[in-house]
Design a protein around this ligand. Structure first.
Ligand SMILES: Cc1cc2nc3c(=O)[nH]c(=O)nc-3n(C[C@H](O)[C@H](O)[C@H](O)COP(=O)(O)OP(=O)(O)OC[C@H]3O[C@@H](n4cnc5c(N)ncnc54)[C@H](O)[C@@H]3O)c2cc1C
Length: 459
């Protein structure tokens, strides 16, 4: 028996730990499909036990990887150095909902969907809403700064979290942030920990800033002749005082795929790009807002706009976007799904460049995503059983990242770095910034036990 297993037997009752390699296996993977088995898994029920686990790992020099539900797509929860996985599935309580101060306090293992339900009972919501909301946890959302379509108006976890409780790699518990919507005492450790992928500290509690639910929402579908026409529409929409609450985009390759999969879909023949525009507000003001947004969408190159007045009509408009996922699955069994970001005005350059790379490398590329943020999901479709095609896709991906950086973009808007994008980090961050980040890592985690090898600036 290893020293880790022996000490875990002392520290935790049998139902709060896994030591058998067969039991631990399932805790070695996430949605990146990468896998590395941990030596043990712990299920703490409170922050004191988390602190004891970190201290134990530090004393034994054993890596510790925090884990939500493993829905992350870049492998940050994969324990590639072995050691202990700390799974937060039993720290899943909502501790307080405080409508008067617009905040909610919760443990990290609660799912995003459970937060929305608890907030919704008081007619509030927490804006970060990844599509995986029903399964992914608050801890994972914070560690990846995960967001969804509503980030364009309401922001990401960094903009919607007031404070945290956490345990550093030293084994010391600490608190960051405030319970108020203003505060400037000390450095902003809350924003630093959010997006740090479990490499600086283990989060044991979060105080979230809630937003009142809108009284009314409307959906508009705008169809454009070219991606450039749609991008100019995005700029016009984002220049309005009333920003859309969601602004989703599909390019001509996505439209072609939907047409093949659902030939009856009612899209004009010349359609080269689509925007799905959601707007929200008060019952009294929603019609005027929708009219203004529709006018802004209807510029040069706009072929048609359709507005949904009822939930049924909205569902019919979303059906076009929803046909995309099954369509992608029928075309290729594997997709390399990137989530790059470029300034909104550079979206046409990105799409033109991606078309060129698809031709050069012989890889099918389909693009859609959160246009209001310039956050485009670039999907390289490949056959995993064809080694030549896989190698071509790797070369193509390298060129995609070079293209994004040449357009003043960033490699990830919401999926993070993890294991998958680690080799590309130094292309975006300058050496001095990387050195400072390595120093921050040493300060929080001097023995490098928290998710080792994944922090920026680490070899
Ligand atoms: C179908 C599907 C749809 C998705 N849609 C979206 C989307 O719309 N937008 C988006 O941004 N992402 C999306 N994702 C990606 C993923 O769901 C998110 O990244 C999510 O936030 C991960 O949560 P998780 O609980 O699964 O975390 P995990 O994958 O288990 O872990 C993610 C990271 O969080 C760290 N971590 C977990 N808990 C803690 C803690 N308590 N303290 C410190 N670190 C911690 C882990 O170490 C790891 O670094 C999607 C994934 C799937 C499978």
């Amino acid at each position: 028996m290893t020293p880790l297993a022996r000490e875990l037997e002392q520290l935790l009752p049998p139902e709060d730990r896994l030591l058998d390699p067969a039991d631990c296996w399932a805790y070695g993977a996430d949605n990146s499909k990468l896998h590395a088995a941990p030596d043990a898994v712990a299920f703490p029920g409170d922050a004191d036990t988390v602190r004891e686990l970190v201290r134990l790992c530090r004393r034994l020099g054993v890596p510790l990887t925090s884990r939500g539900r493993g829905t992350g797509t870049t492998g940050a929860a994969v324990p590639d150095h072995g050691g202990l996985v700390v799974s937060f599935e039993r720290m899943n309580r909502i501790l307080e909902v405080d409508p008067a101060n617009r905040l909610l306090i919760a443990e990290p293992g609660v799912t995003n969907g459970e937060i929305q339900q608890a907030a919704g009972r008081e007619r509030f919501f927490w804006p970060p809403d990844p599509t995986s909301s029903a399964y992914c946890t608050l801890g994972g959302n914070l560690a990846y700064n995960s967001a969804g379509p509503h980030a364009v108006k309401y922001g990401t976890p960094r903009d919607n979290t007031l404070g945290l409780a956490a345990v550093a790699g030293t084994g010391e518990a600490f608190r960051t942030g405030v319970h108020t919507t203003k505060g400037v005492v000390g450095y902003d450790l809350t924003r630093l920990l959010i997006g740090s992928e479990g490499t600086l500290a283990v989060i044991t509690e979060a105080t979230l800033r809630l937003t009142p639910q809108p009284e009314a929402t409307r959906l508009i579908q705008a169809v454009y002749r070219t991606v450039g026409d749609a991008a100019r529409g995005v700029s016009r929409l984002m220049a309005r005082a009333e920003v859309p609450s969601a602004l989703e985009f599909m390019d001509h390759s996505a439209i072609a795929m939907i047409r093949d999969y659902a030939p009856d879909s009612p899209l004009p023949r010349e359609a080269g790009a689509i925007l799905m525009i959601e707007t929200d507000g008060t019952d009294a003001g929603i019609e005027a807002t929708t009219t203004g947004i529709r006018r802004a969408a209807e510029g040069e190159g706009c072929l048609q706009t359709l507005a949904a007045d009822t939930p049924e009509e909205a569902q019919a408009l979303w059906a076009v976007r929803k046909a995309l996922s099954p369509a992608l699955r029928t075309v290729a069994p594997k997709k390399i799904n990137e989530d790059v970001v470029v300034p909104v005005s550079r979206i046409p350059d990105l799409i033109t460049g991606l078309d060129r790379l698809a031709q050069e490398h012989g890889i099918k590329i389909v693009n859609f995503g959160h246009a209001g943020n310039g956050n485009i999901h670039v999907n390289l479709l490949v056959n995993p059983d064809d080694p030549q095609e896989l190698a071509a896709a790797e070369r193509c991906l390298d060129a995609v990242f070079a293209l994004v950086l040449s357009l003043d973009g960033t490699l990830s808007g919401e999926h993070g770095i993890g294991l998958v994008k680690r080799p590309f980090l130094a292309r975006e961050l300058d050496p001095v910034a990387l050195g400072l980040m390595a120093g921050i890592k040493r300060e929080f985690d001097p023995d490098n036990i928290l998710n080792p090898g994944k922090a920026p600036g680490q070899p």
